[in-house]
Design a protein around this ligand. Sequence first.
Ligand SMILES: Nc1ncnc2c1ncn2[C@@H]1O[C@H](COP(=O)(O)OP(=O)(O)OP(=O)(O)O)[C@@H](O)[C@H]1O
Ligand SMILES: [Mg+2]
Length: 227
Amino acid sequence: MLIELSHIQRLYRSDEVETTALQDIDLQIETGEFVAIMGPSGCGKSTLLNILGTIDRPTSGSYRFGTQELTAMNEAELAKFRREHLGYVFQSFNLIDELTIEENIELALIYREMPKSERRARVAHAVDHVGIAHRARHYPSQLSGGQQQRAAIARAIVGQPSLILADEPTGNLDTDNGAQVMDILQRLNDEGATIIMVTHSPSHADLARRRIDMLDGQVVVSVRNAI
Ligand SMILES: Nc1ncnc2c1ncn2[C@@H]1O[C@H](COP(=O)(O)OP(=O)(O)OP(=O)(O)O)[C@@H](O)[C@H]1O
Ligand SMILES: [Mg+2]
């Protein structure tokens, strides 16, 4: 078992209102799974993904990753965990405008103790993997939306993470570019990466091996796709 969430709850409190973003999530994910998360706007998909990515903490509950209990870790330990294990892909690509594509990707490796030559080799491999090697020296604004999203995927995979988290990775893309991004995610999954992807597209969800439907901060359905 790679991931085990037990009784995960996430409340947002302000002076007047309390919002329950996640009610009582129990979820298990095996190594090598490709899971699609679906559900209406506001049901808690991004909150769940942020907790899985340890960029948000649950109000209560347990999050085990392998043998580690992540809710017991401090910020420094979590930062190290993220660097070693996680790759993120967001709907808005989150590339830094002032850096070239290869510099953006290399940034994901900068806190690793790794010779510059190896960083360079890994970046070259990552841009090649997503088919944008010819755009590596360009700036984000010079790339199409689909190319920027592929650059964001290259940045997510350059550290060879065991878990890739993607929040609507095809949400801002047209059909062809969306299909290309799905191809890349499927290839990464075939190569062994565990992938958890939020999507509003039923056809993209069908490409995952399992589909989880959420409603009002809870998981209501979990079905294995016949693929
Ligand atoms: N920082 C915050 N403060 C207060 N409430 C929040 C905060 N972030 C999210 N929420 C609330 O938590 C609930 C879940 O939000 P979340 O972003 O996880 O939804 P989502 O399923 O990703 O929706 P979408 O499909 O629109 O992206 C919503 O009711 C939202 O208003
Ligand atoms: Mg969201």
